[in-house]
Design a binder for this molecule. Structure first.
Ligand code: GDP
Length: 203
């Protein structure tokens, strides 16, 4: 897996700003501070890709990235898009802000034609929070596929890693092996996550 290019494309606060081109697209969502930016950087092998967009008001906007990858030397390059969705579970935000979050994200997840799957990021160190469950249900109720990735695995011992994955699968009602163990710090899980995403793009 070689990342040929990865660039920040644009910020969007309404649908008129969604990039029009029909490239395979994947959205990333998770609780604020779960490690979403770090995951995007690890996947694209760029140190600061997701930070480039760290502008005020970022939490209320969608961030689009364009990525070009070469899965193997014999396979031709694939262009695709990532959409970084605002984090949820932020205690300080007002009810009005939460509602705006919900509306903007619901519209995107429901209507975005080229969206192939939503990556839901959870913290491997803790059981899924109620907001994680809500997010998963939200995504699937809108008819979208979710890929659950458990990040910060490096904080766990080898034994804990196995049981953490199983626990998350049980709690979220997933099948065994469905959760992708991830660590942006170690770089683990990037190949596994890429192969899930590329399988959707090939369909
Ligand atoms: P975001 O708010 O979800 O985009 O989260 P960030 O990517 O900014 O990460 C939040 C904090 O978690 C930062 O201090 C990161 O250094 C840390 N972090 C992110 N991913 C990992 C990881 O895989 N392992 C460890 N140990 N820390 C991580």
């Amino acid at each position: 897996m070689k990342v040929l290019s990865a660039e920040f494309l644009r910020t969007s606060t309404h649908r008129g700003q969604w990039p029009p081109e029909k490239l395979p697209e994947f959205a990333f969502v998770g609780r604020s501070n779960v490690g979403k930016s770090s995951m995007l950087n690890a996947l694209t092998r760029r140190d600061k890709l997701a930070r480039v967009s760290a502008t005020p008001g970022r939490t209320q906007a969608l961030q689009f990235f364009e990525v070009s990858v070469k899965p193997s030397p014999t396979v031709k390059a694939v262009r695709l898009r990532f959409c970084d969705l605002p984090g949820y579970g932020w205690a300080q935000v007002s009810k009005a802000d939460r509602e705006r979050w919900g509306e903007m994200i619901e519209e995107y997840i429901r209507d975005r034609e080229q969206l192939l799957a939503v990556v839901l990021i959870v913290d491997a160190r803790h059981p899924p929070q109620p907001s994680d469950r809500d997010a998963l249900e939200f995504v699937t109720s809108l008819g979208r596929r979710a890929v659950v990735a458990a990040t910060k695995m490096d904080k766990l011992t080898r034994n804990q890693r196995l049981s953490a994955g199983k626990q998350i699968e049980r709690d979220l009602g997933l099948t065994a092996g469905e959760v992708v163990p991830f660590s942006a710090m170690e770089g683990t899980g990037t190949d596994a996550l890429w192969s899930r995403l590329l399988a959707f793009a090939r369909e």
